[in-house]
Ligand binder design. Structure first.
Ligand code: 9MR
Length: 338
């Protein structure tokens, strides 16, 4: 066939339409040939594999070599949080966040934005605020930060950890919650307006077990948002597993959220322990995600055990020397089709 500008344009239109209709075949789940890094192995099924990154470690060659070799998605561990990006009201600082984003994008990795609105790690000036003033400040923060990174963020954790832990299923009592129950949807609408191309996620911990009241409460919120057209595209299961195994119903949690029409992303995975037990929990998380088409990627909360927020529990895929652990091979092997 002769390729004219017109025929190419027609082909592009046809492909775009097929993608929009969801009729393009998903890549095969079983890999044709095993890949030898986490990112490449995840890519075989159209997924990503990411890590949380700290800006001050980007000058450490050992750290950067593992990051650049293994991962194709990055989350700033602290650098995009409210206290980091708006230390004084109306004054925005993006130096460390930009460093991480530029490192990632210049190497073909993508970025998860974490996080636009949260009860924790608020700057001092915001901590004491309440009511309409706080609501306005929060919306301005969401707008300014999302606009600064517009076009460069794959997915934003628009709102983080807004539900109470434990059995109540209630919203967490925070200054943001006290501005009115609609603060979460207001944040999502502001984020959509500021960066229409980013996927917008609700992110939380202890929503991995389908039988927990907190999981059910978040599910009902997402269901409500979808039914009313509040712009939400994804749910982040943080998946911090310390002193517990991955729940047997984990895949049910993922597929139930996915059935609402949102993507599920495993956003902060780490598993306390060592050896076979740890490796098996990692395998189960990876397999559960692979089993659900709308589970689109996994991010681990750090690179080496020594980089972890809970370093003493050795929860990551590389040891302090950067050696691959049993858990690493278990994830890689699972991504490669078992
Ligand atoms: O890993 C982060 C650590 O360096 C910070 O001190 C801590 C402060 O709250 O936040 C950690 O990251 C958290 C993430 O932003 C949200 N989910 C829980 C993570 C671990 O606490």
């Amino acid at each position: 066939m002769r390729l004219t500008t017109r025929s190419v344009r027609q082909a592009v239109v046809a492909i775009s339409a097929a993608v929009a209709l969801g009729t393009v075949m998903a890549p095969p789940v079983v890999a044709e040939s095993a890949q030898d890094t986490l990112g490449a192995a995840a890519s075989q099924t159209g997924r990503y594999f990411g890590a949380a990154v700290a800006a001050h470690k980007l000058s450490e060659p050992a750290y950067v070599s593992i990051l650049d070799r293994e991962f194709n998605m990055v989350t700033a561990e602290n650098e995009m949080k409210m206290d980091a990006t708006e230390p004084n009201q109306g004054q925005f600082t993006f130096g460390n966040a930009d460093r991480i984003v530029n490192h990632a994008l210049s190497r073909g990795m993508r970025v998860r934005g974490h996080t636009l609105a949260w009860h924790s790690q608020q700057p001092g000036w915001m901590q004491g605020m309440e009511g309409p003033g706080l609501r306005q400040a929060m919306l301005n923060h969401v707008t300014q930060v999302a606009a600064h990174f517009r076009g460069r963020i794959h997915s934003w954790d628009v709102v983080n950890e807004a539900f109470e832990d434990g059995g109540s299923g209630a919203r967490r009592n925070s200054n943001l919650q006290r501005t009115g129950n609609d603060w979460i949807e207001a944040a999502f609408r502001a984020a959509r307006a500021a960066d229409p191309g980013a996927k917008l996620c609700y992110n939380d911990y202890n929503i991995d077990d389908w039988s927990h009241a907190k999981t059910q409460a978040v599910y009902r919120m997402v269901q409500d948002f979808r039914s009313r057209g509040v712009p939400i595209d994804c749910v982040g299961l943080q998946s911090h597993f310390f002193g517990v195994n991955v729940p047997a119903n984990y895949q049910t949690t993922i597929s139930s959220f996915a059935a609402l029409g949102v993507e599920v992303q495993i956003t902060e995975l780490d598993v306390g322990g060592s050896g076979w037990q740890q490796a098996d929990n990692y395998r189960r998380v990876t397999q559960a995600c692979l089993n659900v088409p709308r589970c689109t990627g996994i991010t681990v909360w750090g690179i080496r055990d020594s980089d972890s927020w809970r370093a003493s529990q050795t929860p990551l895929l590389f040891d302090g020397q950067g050696n691959k652990k049993e858990a690493y091979y278990s994830v890689l092997n699972t991504l490669n089709g078992g």
